[in-house]
Design a protein around this ligand. Structure first.
Ligand code: HEC
Ligand code: HEC
Length: 225
């Protein structure tokens, strides 16, 4: 077994948690006064109900740790709103009503801004929130130095170049995961705005590394945007 199955299991668990979290016994009264949209209480409650199962900081979070400041140092409101409204890759569901989800456009926007207020802060990393093209050949050497020690087969991070793993994550998802890190699991945040990592990777280095990783995708035409 390589690193892939544990991630898949985590993900399925998160989906089940998200589904069962919505259950309410018939006839049970709901809370008295719902907090107003955009308030801290509303943001936390909405995040806990709809997002936390997949985006917690801890080992139980299956994807990018939105509760960690490291994500918000490079994430833009545009990026967060687009992903929340329309989904991303094959694993992130769409939440806007126009895409079949539960939220109005105002709620999507309020949640994006609310999460930045509650979990984040301003984006000052000087690194693009959206993936930029990179040089695969240069990325190979950088990957060997910076990533391979933890991301070979059998290493704690699991293989990133396994096509079975890459089928589950978009290039943008790789970009965001790499820059935000997973502090609780020992995955460094590679964006240089993190005090723990004053040098980090430059935007070009990060782009080159992701270009190298993504070049291992099984060739197919219908890759997610
Ligand atoms: C000190 C060890 C360490 C180093 C160095 C490291 N990682 Fe990681 N990385 C981890 C661990 C541990 C995880 C969590 C694996 C899991 O989810 O079980 C992880 C997860 C990831 C993930 C998310 C995978 C997923 O499950 O969705 C990506 C993407 C990633 N790392 C990219 C990189 C890149 C790119 C580099 C080099 C720039 C790098 N990592 C360097 C330890 C490391
Ligand atoms: C079923 C699991 C799941 C749930 C629930 C979920 N997400 Fe995601 N989300 C993901 C995955 C997986 C990714 C990475 C997808 C990829 O790029 O391959 C992601 C990516 C994202 C990104 C993009 C990060 C970036 O910068 O590229 C944002 C923002 C986001 N999610 C916000 C949310 C919000 C807000 C909620 C709740 C309203 C939510 N997610 C609920 C799984 C989930």
């Amino acid at each position: 077994m390589n690193g892939v199955p544990s991630r898949v299991v985590l993900f399925i668990g998160a989906v089940l948690a998200a589904v069962t979290a919505c259950d309410r016994l018939p006839g049970m009264p709901s809370e008295v006064a719902p907090p107003s949209i955009g308030s801290e209480a509303w943001t936390r409650a909405t995040f806990n109900t709809y997002c936390r199962g997949c985006h917690a900081s801890g080992a139980d979070g299956a994807s990018i740790p939105l509760m960690d400041r490291s994500y918000w140092t490079f994430a833009s409101d545009e990026r967060v709103i687009a992903a929340t409204a329309n989904g991303q890759g094959v694993m992130m569901p769409a939440f806007s009503q126009s895409a079949g989800g539960p939220f109005t456009d105002d709620e999507v926007m309020a949640l994006a801004r609310g999460m930045r207020g509650v979990f984040g802060g301003s984006s000052g990393a000087g690194i693009s929130a959206t993936i930029v093209p990179g040089d695969r050949a240069n990325g190979e050497g950088l990957f060997a130095n910076a990533c391979a020690p933890c991301h070979r087969d059998g290493a704690p991070g699991g293989s990133l170049v396994d096509p079975a793993f890459l089928a589950l994550v978009s290039d943008q998802g790789l970009w965001a995961s790499t820059l935000a890190g997973r502090a609780v699991l020992g995955m460094p945040a590679w964006n240089h705005a993190m005090p723990s990592r004053p040098s980090g990777l430059t935007q070009e280095e990060a782009a080159d590394i992701i270009a190298f990783v993504a070049s291992h995708r099984a060739a197919k035409k219908d890759a997610p945007p």
